[in-house]
Design a protein around this ligand. Structure first.
Ligand code: NAD
Length: 357
């Protein structure tokens, strides 16, 4: 008999089928079935070699199922999770865990009551680009980071069908925004003192097709978080400034560099250069000797993978890497981004920091 924890994937669409691949060779968890409301997706599951349940009730009433993994559109996460807890299952839920702070509190109460684990798949905490920046932040590779710009830019508009619709929890703030905001609070251990934002609706959908959020942290760090779906020329994935230098990660292939002040160079006054129709010393590039250009540092290492950590959490031998207090804080920040976008005012005294790291 297998000793792996049995997981049923609910919602066998894009991400649900990806999860099946992610768990394929995992030592601690295994996919023992799937369920989807659509007949064609149930067929696809069987063709991919996974048993397909005929109904969600059938998943919940099967005592051999330990874990329900929810990978449906965002609006139904809450209901599916609460029903799973009532049936005595643990839940892994896709991001965004749900659409509001109050909905998430209901989910947490149901998990607590059942004594079961709820862990949200904030997988981009494992992204190498992010872990490089986190390493630079922790190790002060270019001095104290005081400005962090984190962007994802595409030019394909909002993808798919339900992501266009508010009632399904569509829009880019709830889609990519939740990842980028989760990354920034996982890195910067400080309270957000002020937040402003601008949401974009240029594609004519009822939901945002992108946004910019400006976060000021109590420890002096300021961050720009931006998601765009109409950017035919992209800005770098990360642009960070530290007290001793600047870092950039251009893309998912991790092209990038770190440029810092050469402390040993003799200080030479820059020579004026022609710039446009004027002259400038201020904007003249520093001499080659004045700076050191280096490769990006090695990334910070997460102690374990998402699924290994989840298995250890349900066995009671580890703390979750993705903590529900952090997920709650991110949802609260998302509500603030929506509100700041709507009112055009910056928002203060809203952040749920501190949370346990
Ligand atoms: P999708 O539309 O490709 O798949 C969703 C599937 O859920 C569909 O097959 C649909 O038929 C099924 N479904 C809908 N309602 C259901 C219900 N009540 N019960 C069972 N099945 C139901 O969507 P997707 O892109 O796979 O997104 C699914 C979830 O995964 C979303 O929450 C999304 O935000 C998340 N996601 C996360 C990542 C990530 O990197 N963490 C990436 C993509 C999507």
């Amino acid at each position: 008999m297998s000793t792996k924890h049995s997981v049923v994937i609910v919602g066998f669409g894009g991400m649900g089928s990806y999860h099946a691949k992610l768990m394929k060779d995992n030592q601690h968890v295994e996919v023992t079935g799937t369920y989807d409301v659509l007949e064609e997706r149930r067929k696809a599951s069987v063709e991919a070699g996974y048993f397909s349940y005929d109904s969600y009730e059938a998943v919940l009433s099967d005592p051999s199922v330990e874990v329900v993994l929810i990978a449906t559109p965002n609006d139904v996460h809450k209901d599916l999770a609460i029903r799973a807890f009532k049936a005595g299952k643990h839940v892994i839920c896709e991001k965004p865990v749900t659409l509001s702070v109050s909905d998430f509190q209901e989910m947490l109460a149901a998990a607590d009551e059942a004594g079961k684990v709820l862990m949200v798949h904030q997988n981009r905490r494992w992204d190498e680009d992010f872990l490089i920046i986190k390493q630079m932040y922790n190790e002060k590779t270019i001095g104290e980071l005081f400005r962090i710009e984190s962007r994802v830019h595409g030019a394909n508009g909002i993808p798919g069908d339900w992501r266009h619709l508010e009632e399904y929890g569509g829009g880019m703030l709830l889609d990519w925004g939740v990842h980028l905001l989760d990354q920034i609070i996982f890195m910067v251990d400080s309270k957000i003192t002020s937040l402003s934002s601008r949401l974009s609706y240029i594609l004519g959908d009822g939901v945002d097709d992108g946004f910019e959020a400006y976060l000021q942290f109590e420890n002096g760090v300021s961050a720009v978080i931006e998601v765009g779906t109409t950017n035919f020329i992209t800005l770098p994935r990360w642009y960070v400034k530290g007290t001793e230098g600047t870092g950039v990660i251009e893309d998912w292939s991790l092209n990038g560099r770190v440029v810092s002040r050469n402390q040993d160079a003799v200080k030479v006054e820059p020579k004026p250069i022609q710039a446009g129709v004027g002259l400038t010393k201020t904007m003249a590039p520093p001499s080659e000797e004045a700076t050191i250009t280096e490769a990006l540092p090695a990334p910070y290492r997460q102690p374990s993978s998402f699924f290994d950590n989840f298995a250890a959490v349900i066995e009671g031998s580890a703390e979750p890497i993705v903590k529900n207090e952090e997920v709650l804080r991110v949802l609260n920040i998302i509500e603030a981004v929506f509100e700041a976008g709507r009112t055009g005012e910056s928002i203060k005294d809203f952040d749920l920091y501190p949370v346990t790291k």
